[in-house]
Design a protein around this ligand. Sequence first.
Ligand SMILES: Cc1cc2nc3c(=O)[nH]c(=O)nc-3n(C[C@H](O)[C@H](O)[C@H](O)COP(=O)(O)OP(=O)(O)OC[C@H]3O[C@@H](n4cnc5c(N)ncnc54)[C@H](O)[C@@H]3O)c2cc1C
Length: 425
Amino acid sequence: MSGVPEGSPLTALPVEKRDVVVIGGGPAGMAAALGARRAGAGNVLLVERDRVLGGILNQCIHDGFGLFLYKETISGPEYAERLAEDVAREGIAVKTGAMVLDLGPDRVLRLNAPDGYRLIRAGAIVLAMGCRERTREMIGLPGTRPAGVWTAGSAQALVNLQNLRIGSEAVILGSGDIGLIMARRLTFEGIKVKGVFEIMPWAGGLERNVRQCLKDFDIPLELGRTVVEIRGRERLSAVVTARVDEGRHPIPGTDAVVPCDTLLLSVGLIPENELSKRAGVVLSPLTGGAVVDETLMTSAEGVFSCGNVLHIHDVADGASFEGFEAGKQAADYALGRRSACASFRVAAKGCVRYVLPQVLRRGADGAALRFRVARPARGLKVEARGILTGRVYGSRRFARVVPSEMQRLVLRAPAEEDIEVDGHE
Ligand SMILES: Cc1cc2nc3c(=O)[nH]c(=O)nc-3n(C[C@H](O)[C@H](O)[C@H](O)COP(=O)(O)OP(=O)(O)OC[C@H]3O[C@@H](n4cnc5c(N)ncnc54)[C@H](O)[C@@H]3O)c2cc1C
């Protein structure tokens, strides 16, 4: 198998068999394990590298989760606990502190667990490894390299899980949801948040977060302005910000120095697909996640994907619903209930930034496409059209759309050709 050299003593390890293995114990992975079990898979294994299940939810101590799944808003840890209780109640095998190190194209995975190293052959696999944050290096932020520069999620872990005070005057670069939530969180901790700077002309996070985390606390949000320099020797002493033009280049003469000792970066999330690549899964350059069909199966036979590893979700409920579906489909595959059939491609066009799934199998009736737009728009009519015939397979008008929110378009007829999804104001 991939990653194990010929003749290695590891090839002598016995191979354990499982119906479905789910990699990652966040909301998507827990839901996938539950979906697989409820669809009849008897032998499901859920693997999580952390000591406890829950994923990113464990550090999200704020309220606002579960509106769609539980019809109430609860905190991240409460949300994780409810799913983990269901996993335990349904008798699903769980390995925590266990990391999947490698995944071969033959659905054999290498697992390093507290009770030993093992090889597992799965009837089907669900990828639910979540995402990681973009760093200073990835956005090429110039200046010195002092202490006090954090990604927003790592700062959240320090504050919420380790009860550390990370500074006294902060600036936040990027208006993604984590940055917005951290602006409020730092304010609660008595840290002065001097501003949130966003390079785009619109906020990156959900509108409710802009309202509840910035406006309610009088924290300024400056759109079309970015950080162009980091200053400080041992500790951050200031950042220099500048306005940007339409091409997102700093405009000379618009510089402003903002003294601060803490800079949080909320500049994007990247699906964590290193393992997926090892398994030969084809990734989309638009989402950073796998290319999937409407059953959430990737290009690798019997390997399914859900949650933030597939595409970055706006809310945890979206990751959970996707997880339930991926688990059910994985069980169908493992139990031999899936039929092979021809498929068609689905592509995003114009102001539609990306669409999921990217593949529809012939006969997929009433398939729901999910998509994000590239820029805010009002009165947008979104159509799914056949590329060959121009036939409209689905159409919906949206009063208002923003890039931070996922949208949905249900097809009224099964695809019989490749489709493109476009929007017109
Ligand atoms: C700071 C922040 C605030 C948020 N606030 C809200 C909110 O208010 N409301 C809301 O609805 N949503 C919110 N979200 C979004 C929501 O939390 C995510 O959409 C959701 O948690 C994604 O779930 P997931 O299971 O895909 O990923 P994660 O929760 O990231 O879980 C992935 C898991 O996979 C594990 N893993 C990865 N690789 C391996 C491996 N090789 N072997 C074993 N395990 C592995 C990781 O340890 C992790 O536990 C927030 C997100 C963040 C980051």
